[in-house]
Design a protein around this ligand. Structure first.
Ligand SMILES: *[C@@H]1O[C@H](CO)[C@@H](O)[C@H](O)[C@H]1NC(C)=O
Ligand SMILES: *[C@@H]1O[C@H](CO)[C@@H](O)[C@H](O)[C@H]1NC(C)=O
Ligand SMILES: *[C@@H]1O[C@H](CO)[C@@H](O)[C@H](O)[C@H]1NC(C)=O
Length: 466
């Protein structure tokens, strides 16, 4: 009887794990397709490359094995390059997405793209000299298990949105300070006031509904107190002109033109983590529209000027916010106080200025390397640093990712709204998903420490153990 019961329990467990797995797979698939679209936007083109047929050609000192090029394997097919000799200043490394290099003696490092960092294939066993490097600039919702110390600490090098990572990508959606101060799209307030006859004071454009930040619950409530024109799929109430309806990008001039007519844009991130800042903030700032920002709790570290956005706190009441926005809508002087920096073309936040000067990579800028190129080269240089130390008989240097290189507090929903916002709503999904990801992180850590490859079944069994 007890055996039968435990058997039933086991079947139940397997079913549960299977459905969890399905949900997660589904999520990953969704994100992957999202990622592919993003890659198209990125227009990633490797620079300074030499196509190498044979990576083992020794450089300089024939016969000396350590003078061969170190191999760095992208464990996600991010770059699509099956083999490329990358030039990183004085260093060269052979970059490939070909996983058969896992056991090759020249393989020194593995690069992972966070969104497809998956348990079903990891380069285990990991050699003592194997560097692991994590590139993850996307939202935590794409892979929560990475956001816990047990997993973060597996990596030696990081490029994430966190300002603490080895290559901080916090400003990855901001091309330059010049686009912020530019008046190209700015609509004069007198014109905005006239347009108010046909437009709401606030615009919202979002098609990724019910993300972990619970923004749609907030906006739904806000709409009860102030008119909001919503062009996206979430809380949709206004149509784009026909010629823009098929547009796949929100960076089209026609689209900019529409958005620039508004006084306020709801710039609500899909997740609430320090330093996680997207184009949702920068776009209105570029256009001369005041962002009503909800997202990174430390956003004031990054705003171009103190009075450049209306910052929404997690405990804000939508009704109170609506009151403030209506007040600003009715008082030109008060409203324009938020655009003073723009009118003066002045970014006063020295932290932002310093970061933009320090940044070695560019966005769709042919004169600069991409953040991916720069990260590859950081890893290549560090690999060489240890090769050189070894030649001199010195102990290798170690690098380690800290918990704060990738972290985000648990997602929380707004108290004033209960229940799902629609039948297909994911609103109730994020918190349990986050809690479960902690278990996944611990299981992953355990398997990584055992240093033998494992099956997906073994992984989920470990996750659901007690
Ligand atoms: C991967 O590398 C191996 C040699 O290590 C080679 O035989 C194979 O053709 C490569 N695969 C691809 C897709 O380039
Ligand atoms: C990389 O990280 C692992 C795990 O923390 C560590 O054992 C190893 O020494 C590190 N290697 C380097 C080159 O930093
Ligand atoms: C371990 O890795 C090898 C090669 O990557 C693979 O063929 C094998 O199926 C893996 N074993 C398990 C238990 O996953």
């Amino acid at each position: 009887m007890a055996r039968l019961y435990s058997k039933k329990l086991f079947v139940l467990c397997v079913c549960l794990s299977a459905s969890f797995f399905l949900i997660i797979t589904l999520q990953v698939l969704m994100e992957l397709s999202h990622f592919e679209r993003k890659q198209e936007d990125h227009n990633y083109k490797p620079k300074q490359t030499i196509q190498a047929a044979n990576p083992w050609t020794p450089i300089g000192r024939p016969g000396d094995p350590s003078s061969q090029y170190p191999v760095i394997v992208w464990w996600s097919p991010l770059t699509g390059e099956t083999g490329r000799l990358g030039e990183c200043g004085e260093y060269r490394c052979f970059f490939t997405i070909n996983k058969t290099y896992h056991g090759h003696p020249s393989t020194q490092a593995f690069l992972f793209y966070g969104t497809d960092f998956n348990v079903d294939s990891l380069p285990l066993p990991r050699g003592v000299h194997h560097h692991w490097a994590l590139f993850h600039e996307e939202s935590p919702k794409n892979n929560y298990k990475l956001f816990h110390e047990p997993v973060v600490a597996l990596f030696n090098h990081t490029a994430t949105f966190s300002r603490f990572s080895h290559l901080p990508l916090t400003t990855q959606y901001l091309e330059s300070l010049e686009v912020l101060t530019s008046h190209t799209h700015l609509v004069p307030l007198s014109r905005k006031n006239l347009l108010r006859a046909s437009l709401a004071p606030v615009v919202y454009v979002q098609s990724d509904c019910d993300p972990p930040s619970d923004r749609d619950a907030f906006v739904r409530q806000l709409m009860k107190y102030i008119p909001v024109d919503s062009y996206g799929q979430c809380l949709h109430n206004k149509e784009l002109p026909a010629y823009l309806r098929d547009s796949t990008t929100m960076e089209e001039p026609g689209f900019y033109k529409i958005l620039a007519q508004y006084k306020f844009t709801l710039a609500f991130e899909n997740a609430v983590c320090d330093d996680y800042i997207t184009e949702k903030l920068w776009r209105p700032l570029k256009l001369g529209v005041v962002p009503v920002y909800y997202g990174a709790p430390n956003i004031r570290t990054w705003l171009p000027a103190e009075m450049s956005a209306v910052v929404v706190s997690p405990n804000e009441s939508p009704e109170k916010l609506a009151e403030l926005l209506k007040e600003l809508d009715g008082d030109d002087e008060e409203y324009e106080a938020y655009l003073g920096w723009k009118y003066r073309r002045e970014v006063t936040n020295q932290n932002l200025v310093a970061e933009m000067r320090r940044r070695r990579w560019g966005i769709q800028d042919v004169t600069k390397d991409s953040h991916i190129d720069v990260f590859e080269c950081i890893v290549c240089a560090r690999v060489w640093e240890n090769i050189n130390r070894q030649e001199k008989g010195l102990a290798p240097k170690t690098w380690r990712a800290e918990g704060n290189h990738l972290t985000c507090p648990p997602p929380r929903t707004f108290d004033f709204a209960v229940g799902p916002t629609s039948r297909s709503s994911l609103r109730g999904f994020w918190r349990p998903s986050f809690e479960q990801s902690k278990k996944e992180a611990r299981a992953l850590r355990l398997f990584a420490q055992r240093n033998a490859n494992f099956t997906v079944e073994e992984f989920w069994k470990q996750v659901f153990r007690n």
